[in-house]
Design a protein around this ligand. Structure first.
Ligand SMILES: [Zn+2]
Length: 99
């Protein structure tokens, strides 16, 4: 149960950061760890693949220090979803936190 809820939050973080700049696995793991989410590669990479398959992220492979690294950016569909979730987060925050 907690995993499902956390994974939903993690997906929102991914959408948010992929909207700001191109993101990659290890960088995301560090960012999420800063929020207290321990995300293993075995969870993160399949999540990124699913979000790409769903049309919310677009992947580009770049070579960094002779290594291939997959970078992800948000798509217009992903941005639509992020904006929809922003409204829901606001509503949830108002109900759960402010009242
Ligand atoms: Zn974040």
């Amino acid at each position: 149960m907690i995993r499902d809820l956390e994974l939903a939050f993690i997906k929102i973080h991914i959408l948010y950061h992929a909207d700001k700049e191109a993101v990659f696995g290890v960088g995301l793991m560090e960012e999420l760890a800063g929020h207290g989410y321990e995300v293993s590669p075995g969870t993160l990479y399949p999540t990124l693949s699913k979000m790409e398959a769903g049309g919310f992220l677009i992947c580009e492979t770049r070579t960094v220090a002779h290594k291939q690294r997959k970078y992800y950016r948000i798509t217009p569909e992903g941005r639509k979803l992020l904006n929809r979730m922003r409204g829901k987060i606001k509503e949830l925050y108002q109900e759960v936190i402010e009242q």
